[in-house]
Design a protein around this ligand. Sequence first.
Ligand SMILES: Nc1ncnc2c1ncn2[C@@H]1O[C@H](COP(=O)(O)OP(=O)(O)OP(=O)(O)O)[C@@H](O)[C@H]1O
Length: 304
Amino acid sequence: MEYLLCTNGLTKQYGRHKAVDSVNIHIRQGDIYGLIGRNGAGKTTILKIISGLASPTAGDFTLFGKTGKNVSPYMSRIGTLIEAPGVYPNMSARENLKLKCLAMGVRKKGCIDDLLRIVGLENTGRKKIRNFSLGMKQRLGIALALVGDPDIVILDEPINGLDPQGIAEIRETLSKLNKEKNITFIISSHILEELSKIATNYGIIHDGVLLQEMTREELLAKCSERIELKTDDTGRACTVLESMGIKRYKVVDASTIQIFERLNDSGDITMSLAENGVKTMGITVKNEALEDYYLNLTGGAEYV
Ligand SMILES: Nc1ncnc2c1ncn2[C@@H]1O[C@H](COP(=O)(O)OP(=O)(O)OP(=O)(O)O)[C@@H](O)[C@H]1O
């Protein structure tokens, strides 16, 4: 089986609006798949469909080799954290996990201790969830999704609202689970950068449409290089660039232009600018930030 999970023209229509429009995502065993898109792009809807919480209006998906609009017998192999985790605020982490184990018929000895340790909540004792930080709550949500040893874990915006320390902790937990237990993850986020240190694959979704699917290596290659030009006259500098046949550039602010082609020609560019009386205050080759790449892809920023 090539893919653990793939969607086939998956579509969800609400009235006349297609929240998810013919989406084909492909996820292999062991992937950490980042589903990236702005709020309202359709991420949660896709995750709900593949978790069995919603059904598509068209298309279907293939899970563990079985195709359908809902492949129920296999759903127990998926753990989910979609929207706020269903926790009891007046109970401890251990008590919450105990309830979930009971509900799922999981009786494995020591499994609650294991789960608490995996997500770093082993020392929270009797502390009630309502006194947990957001990061601790998210980690408990992940532990709850792990009850029953799922093969795939789906996490909807697990790092939304966390501070950098909280993000780093979640990242570490997920990497560990991926490596040690070979769990395949599907994680959504509206910030590409947040997943860039952990995801092995990406699907970029915008207005319900999957714009691009790529591996981490492909993304890094795409975000590779650009020339960053600092000048005192961006208007005239643009005219010079045009006269050199350079079209792919962007004026970022009053003194900065980013050039996305002829990356080895920074000497020629400086010379042409000088010949036309435009002063170069700095010229460097830089990597495009992931976020810029994402904004360009989804039409958030425009080439001039
Ligand atoms: N039950 C519903 N009825 C009508 N429209 C809906 C419903 N659920 C979602 N939508 C619409 O579908 C689109 C996609 O929503 P979805 O929640 O999947 O986006 P998202 O990418 O997960 O964003 P967010 O991070 O804000 O949840 C949005 O325009 C939303 O308003």
